[in-house]
Write a protein that binds this ligand. Structure first.
Ligand code: WQD
Length: 344
């Protein structure tokens, strides 16, 4: 299938574009490089052994988006593009609603106007934020605790109403748990712009010497070692989940949610220990106060995806730590300072 991938130069997007090519599809990247790098596209092309069509553009330019869909001859869209920092969204709600919600509305208008009605949407487990459940199945009541999460929930509701209005729509709402890791080659990986909000890139930057220690947000949670427990899913497994959802879409009219997680929980300290084993480095840490908005535990029930998408995560925490370290030590400053030479 010819697939428009919005945000396809980003962390999850780049890994998914590679997986799409390997599965015989034809992805086209649409990205504004607000939180991604053209170098990532060059490296995906290097790994794929073929050029990748790239359109630099912004979903807030509705005319440009319509032009892309009108001439692109796309069979489907995978929609990654959006802002995703929880803390930042609390400080800049209008920017988050505009970029994530208005951007998506522009995309959906263009898709509808040009007869493209197959969509895989990058949603998030953050929509379970107020459920109080530590193990989440898709039929849990949804609720959010920050503007970022609310944009994801609102977009899911928009997609539900759109699919109910027009039976030609087939929509997969993929709820990611905690995406981590990198392609085994070490050539593509997570490259956060500023100080990482998330645990794994922060640990990774401590290991490579960019940060001097990790602050562990809370050691008094009702969990085995007192630190937060999450479902860390390897980004290569997550990418495979997108290919599985894309290929299953014709069987699922309407809009349907699937959790993409491992179903296993690991604590913050277990992540630190795994990273120390993988890197051979000591990760100094200090246990500090809980981070506002955090929950003790959030783990997927991934059984619906296993049954309906014939997909399950194959990689565990050791794989994640090994591949994250391999990416970080080969790219201490991410994609920057790359002179574009594929052999850099
Ligand atoms: C994981 C655990 C922290 C950083 C968020 C979003 C979610 C998704 C993934 C976009 C928690 C602890 C973290 C640190 C720490 N993003 N931690 N020190 O909060 O589970 O999920 O990112 O889709 O929507 O909500 O991920 O990696 O920030 O935190 O102790 O420096 O690590 O308290 O227990 P989170 P995280």
């Amino acid at each position: 299938m010819r697939v428009l991938t919005t945000g396809g130069a980003g962390y999850i997007g780049s890994h998914t574009v590679l997986a799409l090519i390997e599965a015989g599809h034809e992805p086209v990247i649409f990205d504004n490089f607000d939180n991604s790098s053209p170098e990532a596209v060059r490296r995906v092309a290097e790994l794929a052994g073929r050029d990748i069509e790239l359109i630099e553009g912004d979903l807030l330019d509705a005319d440009a988006v319509d032009r892309v869909l009108s001439v692109g001859n796309f069979d489907a869209v995978i929609h990654f593009a959006g802002l995703k920092a929880v803390g930042e969204s609390t400080a800049q709600p209008l920017r988050y609603y505009r970029t994530n919600v208005v951007g998506t509305l522009n995309l959906l208008d263009a898709m509808q106007a040009n007869g493209v009605c197959q969509l895989v949407f990058s949603s998030s487990a953050t929509v379970y934020g107020t459920s109080g459940a530590s193990r989440c199945a898709e039929d849990l009541p949804l609720g959010t605790t920050n503007p970022y999460g609310t944009t994801k929930l609102q977009i899911e509701q928009i997609l539900d109403d759109l699919a109910a209005s027009d039976p030609s729509w087939h929509v997969a709402k993929l709820r990611y748990f905690n995406p981590v890791g990198a392609h085994a080659s070490g050539r593509i990986g997570e490259d956060p712009r500023d100080i990482p909000n998330n645990l794994m890139p922060y640990v990774s930057q401590v290991a490579v010497g960019r940060r001097d220690h990790l602050s562990v947000y809370g050691g008094d949670y009702p969990t085995p070692d007192g630190t937060g427990v999450r479902d860390f899913i390897h980004v290569v497994d997550l990418a495979a989940g997108h290919v599985a959802a894309l290929e299953a879409l014709p069987e699922f009219p309407g809009a349907r949610a699937w959790n993409l997680g491992t179903g296993e929980g690991n604590s913050v300290l277990e992540v630190v220990r795994a990273f120390e084993r993988a890197s051979g480095k000591s990760i100094p840490f200090e246990i500090v106060d809980r981070r506002p908005g955090d929950v003790a535990e959030l783990v997927a029930d991934p059984s619906r995806a296993r049954v309906e998408l014939h997909w399950k995560a194959e990689r565990g925490l050791e794989d994640v730590a090994r591949d994250s370290w391999n990416w970080q030590r080969n790219n201490p400053f991410g994609y920057e300072n790359s002179d574009g030479d594929a052999d850099a």
